[in-house]
Design a protein around this ligand. Sequence first.
Ligand SMILES: [Fe+2]
Length: 290
Amino acid sequence: VAAAPAAREGRRERSLDLKILFVGEIVGSSGVFTVKSLLSRLRAELGVELVIADGEGATGGFGIGRAHAIYLHKLGVDVITTGECAYYKKDMVEHLSKARYMLRPCNYPWDNPGRGWLLAGPDHHKVAVVSVLGQAGFGRVHLANPFHVLPGLLERVRRDTRTVIVDYHAATTAEKAALFHFLKGQVSAVIGTHQKIQTADERLLDGTAVITDAGRTGSFDSVGGFDPEIEIRRFMTQIPEPSKPVWSKLELQGVLVEVDQEGKAVYIERVRRECTEVPHDRASDSPAGE
Ligand SMILES: [Fe+2]
């Protein structure tokens, strides 16, 4: 019985496939806490060599500030992606240009602060991570068409590596599904974000791992990570009121993708891990206290 895991381990050691964990959108301080509580153990447990996370909502649910970005990077997130809230926090505008682990969508004007793609991962297997924003449903951000921008960008990216992970931050499932088929066979993975609900459609398409939405990291028992009471009140009254991230039933959600040396995805699996740890100052309003 004891020999089985060892044999599996041996196979893993020889395997040149790379395991990548993509963490679904981190929502609020409770989401950041969930990463702190679970990520390092999960990284070891899954044998992951690269962690990418959508950090778009880490600071209050809308955008990510410099301090949260630095902290998440320290916690083991190798690459942080964003979306339509990339520039919401003032100190991030400057930080995006400096931090080599941060991404803003590649379809912003090319000379905007920050980068739309970067190289990460271990030396023996470099990975290009590309961030791109969808067009539908974003009232305040109107970017270039991903279907026009990506072919040229991917041509450039593939000069450095054949392993390419695309984070498609989009508000409609149709855009995401269309991009899966547009890019299948050309990139290692297209992972949907922004909707913050993990979908059950993960699959391999001609060596491209896809999922419509990687999910959310933060409160599961909530409305997109936010306090249901406020969300209901806003629907009832139409009076603007800021959303508030909550701490009820914390989970880390995401996907595990395995890529071979040719840059072909060979495996994709949804990941969900409950966070049972409770920060001291939250003990009274923790899930356990409900
Ligand atoms: Fe978003």
